[in-house]
Design a protein around this ligand. Structure first.
Ligand code: C2E
Ligand code: CA
Ligand code: CA
Length: 705
């Protein structure tokens, strides 16, 4: 206890010295407090508070500028003389800022006092808050962050990095980022990246990397650099986020745009790209490749008879078979409904392609078991060689298409190599086929009618409908120039349906005027073969027009009956049962067998005009005509003689017992308006009807037209 005053005196002295030296220090605010009031303030403190020194000394309470200043400091902390306090200083203008106070208990002039040092720490506090914020972002952002040193070795990573990559900080620290490498990018890719980083300090791009579990992922990476004052690299900061899903979506879209949804094969677009690539490679390597164009024969029939779902199954299976015939490096594409292409790269000689084609033909022709159904198709194949046959993609495709067309023409289920001579003939045919399609689409067809006369009475109530094509440039094209072509390429089905429809519409008009006429329509065998006759639909058409089915006669040819096809027999019976009549056209030119006449449901035979043309008394043709007429009569069939051009022919036929005749003697086939004019004129003429009264021939002639 003796020593205390002495020590205190020493301490006081020391503090006074300190105080004096610091009081002059303008960087720190200094004040002396006695009984909660300032007894001294330096200029700095005054300027910090916004008061002048006198005002400060006059304050009632220190807490006016230091609201949370512990004024009881003196009583509370006996044993501790110095206190460091962080608090807020309230200025004259009401602003608050952070200060650090160093309060020292002392005795001045025998009174307890506090010497206060006030340091403005608002700048430091602000920095602290910013740092806190930064680390908050660093820790919580979903963007992965990796910081490396100047050598590219990891210094730090944030939690998002750990989430994305699966690596802990301890596993990556001090290591190179190449541990994430997936190997998907080429060395050149990284070289470029580093070159740019060194030059600009920045790089941005998409990278495929690998997670710790081996899974590959795509990241969008943004690298920036922080430099030392001397310009050397201090840190590189990599920011990235996972874009695997975006990439996968992109790839999905790309796949959809470039692949056929059904078979998964490249589609036309991708095929075009591959073809370009094949041409480029062939050029570079001075090699040849073959382009194969394949079309399934009669695929449409499968689709029509078994439905599109089954058709789809067949296409899938066919594409598998195609793939099995070629190497992995070859391209098989589906470029249309039942059209495929194959690029056979790098062929040493033609026989290699021949073998592939043969294999394709065999495999494609094997039966397809599709659920409960079995279907058969074959393929027609065209082949062209690059660069021998054409120098560009368009030319190649055209060649292959033409060669395929030639294969079809030769009877299908075969392959043809392109030959330059093909182009002209086939192109002309292709053009014709296009024209014919246009004719169907644009309704360029019209029906002409030729009357069939009751030669005894001169009355008319039957007409044969004969098709005409009114070509916008070529004029009237006769059927002989396109019917057989239409039969070959299948367009006959559409044409035949149109003819039937047009005939029914004409009958409807006539019936509406009380004219109960009958129209014969020619139906091609090809329509039956292609299963192009929908009997139900035709009958419905007649019914909807409010007509009796007997108003239509179907003219078929012997050609059709030659083939003992149960489908054809069925269709004929259906037509007959529905009430339509059937006439056998061009009779005598084919196999004219009696068996046909008995076996098939036939109502009329039409004696071909070749017999009628040279009809003369005692001629062989007359004998033949008489034989046919007798035969028909015995079987209860009607007879119509075609091609009657003169009165002598008419007379001889009548004498032989033939009642119905057709030919230029009466009228050529004419458009309906002309026909009606002709009918009106005939009405005015006296008829030899008194000879025979046949109730079935009741052609009422139009009065007013
Ligand atoms: P077709 O069925 O034997 O028709 C009779 C053909 O003989 C018609 O030729 C007709 O104009 C012609 N003709 C009629 N009377 C005489 C005559 O007194 N003397 C001569 N020399 N000829 C006569 P067209 O109209 O050129 O038709 C030719 C063939 O085209 C038809 O032979 C038929 O097989 C076919 N055809 C016509 N229209 C159609 C059709 O709508 N569908 C189908 N599938 N074939 C049709
Ligand atoms: Ca005919
Ligand atoms: Ca005929």
């Amino acid at each position: 206890m003796q020593r205390i005053p002495k020590e205190r005196a020493r301490a006081t002295k020391k503090q006074n010295q300190l105080f004096l030296s610091l009081a002059n220090n303008t960087l720190i605010g200094v004040g002396v407090i006695k009984q909660q009031r300032f007894t001294f303030v330096n200029r700095k403190l005054a300027s910090m508070t916004g008061y002048d020194r006198q005002e400060l000394l006059a304050l009632v309470d220190v807490r006016q500028i230091l609201p949370s200043f512990p004024c009881d400091l003196i009583e509370l902390s006996e044993e501790k003389n110095e206190h460091l306090i962080e608090t807020k200083l309230l200025t004259y203008s009401g602003r608050r800022f952070d200060v650090e106070l160093c309060a020292i208990r002392t005795v001045i002039s025998n009174e307890d006092a506090i010497v206060l040092f006030v340091l403005d720490i608002s700048g430091r506090k602000k920095n602290e808050r910013l740092t806190q914020l930064a680390s908050l972002v660093y820790d919580n952002t979903c963007e992965a962050i990796v910081v490396t040193d100047e050598h590219g070795l990891v210094v730090d990573v944030n939690p998002a990095f750990i989430d994305v990559t699966g690596y802990e900080l301890s596993e990556v620290i001090g290591r190179s980022m190449s541990i994430l490498s997936s190997g998907r990018q080429s060395p050149a890719f990284y070289q470029q990246m580093w070159a740019q980083l060194k030059e600009t300090g920045r790089w941005q791009g998409d990278v495929w990397n690998k997670r710790k579990n081996g899974e590959e992922y795509a990241e969008r990476l943004n690298i920036s650099t922080s430099y030392n004052p001397d310009g050397s690299v201090f840190r590189r900061i990599g920011l990235f986020f996972d874009i695997t899903q975006d990439k996968e979506r992109e790839q999905h879209i790309w796949r959809q745009a470039n692949h056929d949804y059904l078979t998964g094969l490249p589609n036309r677009q991708m095929f075009q790209a591959r073809l370009q690539q094949a041409m480029q490679e062939a050029d570079e390597q001075k090699k040849e490749f073959a382009l194969i164009f394949l079309d399934l024969d009669l695929f449409k029939d499968v689709n029509d008879s078994l439905g599109h779902d089954v058709g789809d199954l067949l296409l899938k299976e066919a594409s598998k078979r195609l793939l099995s015939c070629v190497r992995d490096t070859d391209t098989v594409a589906r470029i249309g409904g039942d059209e495929f292409t194959v690029i056979v790269a790098d062929i040493p000689n033609q026989s290699v392609v021949e073998r592939i084609c043969e294999q394709i033909l065999i495999k494609i022709a094997q039966p397809y078991i599709l659920g409960e159904n079995t279907a058969n198709v074959s393929a027609s194949i065209g082949v062209t060689i690059y660069p021998e046959d054409a120098a560009d993609a368009g030319g190649l495709l055209k060649n292959a298409d033409m060669a395929m067309y030639a294969a079809k023409e030769c009877g299908r289920n075969q392959y043809c190599f392109f030959l330059p001579a093909m182009s002209e003939a086939i192109q002309a045919r292709m053009l014709f086929s296009q024209n014919l399609q246009t004719a169907i689409d644009e309704n360029q067809f019209i029906l002409y009618y030729q009357p069939i006369i009751d030669m005894r009475t001169g009355r008319v109530h039957k007409f044969e409908a004969l098709i005409r094509w009114e070509h916008p440039e070529l004029g009237l094209v006769p059927p002989s120039e396109y019917i057989s072509f239409a039969e070959d390429c299948g367009l006959i089905v559409d044409i035949g349906n149109w003819v039937f429809y047009a005939a029914v519409q004409q009958l409807k008009k006539w019936y509406a005027r009380g004219l109960n006429y009958q129209i014969s329509v020619n139906v091609s065998p090809a329509q039956f073969y292609a299963d192009g006759i929908n009997v139900d639909q035709w009958v419905k058409l007649i019914q909807e027009a409010g007509l009796p089915p007997s108003c239509i006669v179907i003219e078929i040819t012997e050609r059709l009956l030659l083939e003992a096809n149960p489908m054809i027999t069925k269709s004929l019976h259906q037509l007959r049962q529905a009430g339509l009549s059937i006439a056998l056209d061009d009779f005598g030119t084919g196999f004219s067998s009696l068996t046909y006449l008995k076996r098939y449901p036939i109502d009329f035979i039409k004696i071909d005009q070749s017999f009628v043309r040279n009809l003369a008394p005692n001629s062989e043709d007359l004998a033949l005509c008489e034989a046919m007429i007798v035969m028909a009569q015995k079987l209860g069939l009607g007879v119509i003689a075609e091609g009657i051009e003169g009165p002598q022919q008419e007379a001889l036929l009548l004498e032989a017992g033939c009642v119905l005749g057709q030919g230029y003697l009466y009228s050529r086939p004419v458009p309906v308006q002309e026909l009606e004019r002709w009918l009106a004129e005939r009405k005015a003429l006296p008829t030899n009807s008194s000879k025979n009264k046949d109730q079935t021939i009741t052609g009422q002639l139009p009065q007013a037209t």
